[in-house]
Design a protein. Structure first.
Length: 379
């Protein structure tokens, strides 16, 4: 028994109606492809619109910025930032109705990025260059280290002053006792000093002749502070036995001075009306009441730094000149012919008067020798 032909069977199968499920499946697949194609088309159109809008907005912003730059060569960065923000706000209030929501957000991000770049550029332009700033920081660090070293040096200097001040004290006390045996020592030293002598007139010289001692107390806890004491014996000018002028650091950190009020006898005040009648200049004693600028007190500096450390050198200046004058006078007297008549009755009285004078001269020379030796020991 032979089988029927195969082609006839396939034609019959094709002529048979297909089930409804397969047909519905093909329709769904076709609809999905159409919807996907439509979405892709819409997305492409939206992206094209967004790109065109962003490019137009950037061109418009660039043109506005160029116009603003031409009108103001050096605009203020803060003002320009506010103007850009205002333009952005106006552009956001009037969006294109044809744009999609995604395109609008993308446009805003693009404009915001451009605005941020402009603000960053404007901020960087006003910042100082990194090079000088680096050197300034390094200089500040070195200066702080130097101040620390200076502070340690000041402490070490004060410690040395305190130490050597104690070592010098017994020598200064011994020197003062010797000077008190030399009449007119301090007034001679003041008058022989080249700077101090210019501030002393005849009346001041007579007043200083009653001066018996001078002391300078150097405060070891402060660099520029000190106390200067003038000691006097009874005199017809004022009642004080001691006149003090003191220099100390005030509460504000500045150097201040104050002094003992001088109790002048009636009519002896150098700044009174009687002083004007004398026709002389400013008195040396007016220095005690002058507190205008203690940090630049010239007289205090000379006494403390020059006269007080070695007063003997200024005292001996006048002594050398007087010795030369006495030698010249002696030569002149020896060169002249003269006759001296001596009364024999008064010879004994003159010899008795000369003996105390020789003793005083011997004591004077001894005091000077001791003072000179003391200066060598201190040196």
């Amino acid at each position: 028994m032979s089988a029927p032909p195969r082609c006839d069977q396939d034609e019959e199968d094709q002529q048979l109606p297909q089930p409804p499920e397969a047909k519905q499946r093909r329709l769904d697949e076709s609809g999905q492809r159409e919807q996907q194609l439509l979405k892709e088309t819409e997305a492409a159109q939206a992206l094209a619109n967004m790109t065109a809008w962003a490019a137009a907005a950037l061109d418009k912003g660039r043109e506005s910025a160029e116009k603003e730059a031409r009108r103001k060569p050096e605009p203020d960065s803060t003002e320009e930032a506010w103007q850009q923000k205002s333009r952005l706000a106006v552009a956001e209030e009037e969006p294109d109705s044809t744009q999609a929501g995604a395109g609008e957000r993308q446009r805003r991000r693009a404009l915001g990025s451009e605005e941020t770049e402009r603000e960053e550029c404007s901020i960087v332009s006003v910042q100082p260059q990194p090079g000088p700033r680096r050197y300034l920081d390094a200089l500040e660090a070195v200066q702080q280290d130097l101040e620390a070293v200076n502070e340690r040096a000041n402490l070490a200097f004060l410690s040395l002053r305190r130490k050597f001040g104690q070592l010098r004290r017994p020598y200064l006390e011994r020197r003062n006792r010797i000077i008190q045996n030399i009449p007119g020592f301090w007034v001679t030293a003041f008058l022989n000093h080249p700077q101090l002598s210019a501030m002393i007139d005849d009346r001041d010289e007579d007043t200083l002749s009653y001066m018996t001692n001078l002391q300078v107390e150097d405060f070891t806890h402060m660099k520029s502070s000190c106390k200067i004491k003038f000691y006097f014996t009874g005199n017809p000018y004022f009642q004080n036995e001691v006149i003090v002028k003191e220099f100390q650091c005030g509460t504000s950190g500045m150097l201040v001075s104050h002094s003992t009020p001088i109790r002048w006898w009636r009519g002896q005040d150098p700044v009174g009306p009687n002083r004007k009648a004398c026709g002389t200049g400013q008195s040396f004693f007016s220095w005690f009441s002058d507190h205008s600028f203690p940090a630049a007190d010239r007289i205090a500096e000379i006494i403390k730094e020059d006269l007080w450390p070695n007063p003997l050198q200024y005292y001996l200046m006048g002594e050398g000149e007087s010795t030369e004058n006495r030698e010249e006078d002696s030569e002149t007297e020896n060169g002249d012919d003269c006759v001296v008549i001596v009364d024999d009755d008064n010879e004994e009285e003159e010899e008795e008067e000369e003996q105390p004078r020789e003793q005083d001269d011997e004591a004077f020379r001894l005091a000077l020798d001791q003072l000179s030796m003391l200066g060598l020991e201190e040196g």
